[in-house]
Write a protein that binds this ligand. Structure first.
Ligand code: SF4
Ligand code: SF4
Length: 206
């Protein structure tokens, strides 16, 4: 397909670049040396959060810069912000799985105040139903919630969008972690690790 030159504005700078480039590639194409907010370039690490305003749309979306192709008239701002969360915990502090429900609400007391405002869903560049994850977690349905959260790249956009300070991405991460912590790992993994322990496989760490 023939490439067209398009005009975009990225971080306030006007750039002309081929339309087959992503936002990050367009910055580099224009001689930019952007290294902050750049990571895996494959939509996995969540570092390259951007706000995008397209020429033919009145709305502003949040996307990943490495996954967003530039368009004529597009305006882009890289989002850089600290991402602390006060929701700190150790799974080893949970005495047994019966305690996990109460422990969750102890660590995430704001979760039950979710307004169902969709802010997290709208901000998520991976299209995760974050709001449902939070809802399921508050009901102790951690397994179901964790399954919805597989694609999360911990970009923190949902945390920034949440008016209740819930840190919904950390809610999802808790769900992903607590299930394997209390349940048996997959049998094929257990048997393979046992074979390694018995010296049936040599591992060359070099
Ligand atoms: S759930 Fe939150 S942290 Fe995870 S990808 Fe979506 S917006 Fe980013
Ligand atoms: S942004 Fe926060 S309050 Fe709104 S739906 Fe998501 S978790 Fe609930």
């Amino acid at each position: 397909m023939e490439q067209q030159q398009v005009n975009v504005t990225i971080n306030g700078k006007k750039i002309q670049a081929p339309n087959a480039l992503t936002v990050i590639q367009a910055v580099w194409h224009a001689g930019g040396t952007q290294v902050e907010g750049v990571g895996c370039l494959e939509g996995v690490c969540g570092s390259c959060r951007v706000m995008v305003k397209r020429a033919n749309s009145p709305t502003v979306e949040t996307q990943l810069g490495c996954q967003t192709l530039i368009e004529d008239g597009m305006q882009v701002i890289f989002l850089g912000f600290p991402s602390p969360t006060h929701h700190r915990y150790q799974l080893s502090d949970i005495q047994n799985s019966w305690e996990s429900y109460a422990y969750f609400h102890h660590i995430f007391p704001e979760a039950k105040h979710c307004r169902m405002c969709h802010g997290c869903n709208v901000s998520c560049p991976k299209g995760i139903d974050v709001e449902q994850v939070v809802y399921l977690a508050t009901k102790g349905r951690f397994r179901q919630a964790g399954k919805l959260f597989v694609e999360c790249v911990m970009c923190n956009l949902c945390m920034t969008a949440c008016p209740e300070n819930i840190a919904p991405n950390h809610v999802g991460l808790f769900c992903r972690r607590v299930i394997p912590y209390f349940y048996l790992r997959p049998s094929n993994l257990i048997s393979r690790l046992e074979e390694i322990r018995q010296g049936k496989h040599t591992i060359n760490l070099d």
